[in-house]
Design a protein around this ligand. Structure first.
Ligand SMILES: Cc1cc2nc3c(=O)[nH]c(=O)nc-3n(C[C@H](O)[C@H](O)[C@H](O)COP(=O)(O)OP(=O)(O)OC[C@H]3O[C@@H](n4cnc5c(N)ncnc54)[C@H](O)[C@@H]3O)c2cc1C
Length: 403
């Protein structure tokens, strides 16, 4: 049987997160965007409501349809992109711990990434390196060396533009362990904040998502126990052996791993696009120009029709990719990339159209749409700039190592 009906649990989840976004996130959005600070009181509210924490994450992650994560993220980011990213930032790290960690590592580290309602905490995921962009094959400057005598890993390098950098309680860091393989095998380590040698720079001043902290992270002979290697040594050895046997491939494995995160990131873009569309729809219905509601102009109504169509199309790509990932269907044509590419473009386009429909109000910081437009722009950049999903799709459909 084929059905696009959401289950009762999905409806309940959507309503619950939507309620939180309406009551708590939206009223605070402009303030935290102006302050350019992590909204700790909102994180605390989210933790109290049960929306921020390892149990919630486990529940969303455990949904066998794969839809709970994108549904929750669409609503969260419908509330506000910056606050949504402040809440979501830890999840990027947690998703990696869940995907790569052993059961013991998951049990140890996941709760520490969130803290609790009394003391919420955040985590940071750190693959990006300066001068590498999203070229995973160029991310090989952060090195990890194992010291058998002390059973310690020593990490040295620099990570750039890290969400929650400098304020995280837990850092999930990728590093090269065999330089002769370049970035083809990246081991992933968990580093607690306060570990000697780990430092962050000043927060970046950003165009959008300003309620989410972003900073560079420096690793200077950071020593961590052997147990902090995610997945354990046997799994790393297996990856190294496989990579040595398959020299000459183009980093598809690394890219595929990142691609699995993209449906959730794309769902965020859909949430921001939908927020702008709904705002513009409401505005056009109520603003009276030349004696009639603005929406009665066909060009306005048709723009809104296009916006709704594009947003729904993006969401369907997101749900397909999330469902494929969770049900073990392999991406064969870059389906995760399609979701990210489409949703990112739709978010930028729809928020810009919403500004146009609002006219001067769209350009004013008294209205939320210009903030949505600033926030939306990130989805063509973060987690792989626009050409990366294009590259993945092009390689998948052509079967060629397109560069
Ligand atoms: C707000 C924010 C939060 C972030 N959070 C994190 C985080 O938590 N963790 C983390 O590790 N990183 C994070 N990043 C880093 C982010 O993932 C990178 O910025 C992103 O991967 C793109 O890298 P880049 O900016 O160096 O772009 P580049 O790779 O330098 O690309 C620049 C532009 O050139 C285009 N381009 C590059 N190469 C090609 C090509 N071969 N063909 C066609 N076009 C090309 C790109 O599409 C892009 O438009 C964050 C970035 C931002 C802005």
């Amino acid at each position: 049987m084929f059905s696009l009906d959401l289950s009762e649990e999905h409806h309940d989840l959507r309503d619950w997160v939507h309620g939180f976004a309406t009551d708590v996130i939206r009223p605070a959005a402009a303030e935290w965007d102006e302050r350019e600070k992590t909204p700790w009181p909102i994180l605390q509210e989210a933790a109290k409501a049960g929306l921020y924490g390892s149990e919630t994450m486990a529940g969303l992650w455990g949904d066998e349809t794969g839809l709970s994560l994108p549904i929750a993220h669409e609503e969260l980011f419908w509330g506000d992109g910056g606050i949504g990213m402040a809440i979501f930032g830890a999840t990027l790290a947690v998703k990696w711990i869940l995907a790569a960690g052993t059961a013991d590592q998951i049990a140890e580290w996941t709760p520490q990434c969130y803290g609790d309602a009394n003391e919420p905490r955040v985590a940071a995921f750190c693959p990006s390196e300066p001068h590498a962009g999203w070229d995973v094959s160029a991310m090989h400057h952060t090195r990890a060396v194992y010291h058998e005598a002390s059973d310690e890993w020593v990490l040295t390098g620099e990570k750039t533009w890290v969400t929650n950098g400098g304020i995280a309680h837990v850092y999930v860091v990728q590093a090269v362990v065999d330089p002769s393989l370049g970035s083809r095998v990246q081991a992933t380590f968990v580093i607690p904040a306060g570990t000697r040698g780990l430092q962050a720079g000043s927060p970046h001043r950003k165009h959008g998502l300003r309620a989410a902290n972003t900073a560079d992270v420096f690793l200077d002979d950071v020593r961590i126990p052997g147990a902090n290697l995610l997945g354990g040594p046997e799994s790393l050895v297996e990856q190294l052996v496989r990579a040595r046997e398959e020299r000459g491939r183009y980093g598809q494995d690394a890219m595929r791993a990142f691609e699995l995160c993209w449906p959730v990131v794309a769902a965020q873009a859909v949430g921001i696009a939908r927020a702008a569309y709904e705002y513009a729809l409401d505005y056009a219905k109520h603003r009276v120009v030349c004696g009639r509601p603005f929406i009665e102009n066909q060009s306005i109504a048709f723009t809104l029709a296009d916006m709704k169509t594009e947003i729904d199309a993006a969401r369907l790509l997101v749900w397909r990719a999330a469902w494929m990932d969770k049900t073990g269907e392999k991406f064969t044509a870059g389906e995760g990339s399609m979701a990210k590419l489409k949703a990112g473009r739709v978010a930028v386009w729809a928020t810009e159209r919403a500004m146009q429909i609002l006219g001067e109000a769209g350009y004013s910081r008294e209205y939320p749409v210009e903030r949505m437009h600033r926030d939306a722009k990130i989805y063509g950049i973060v987690e792989g700039a626009e050409h990366i999903p294009q590259l993945v799709i092009a390689r998948a459909v052509s079967g060629l190592p397109i560069k």
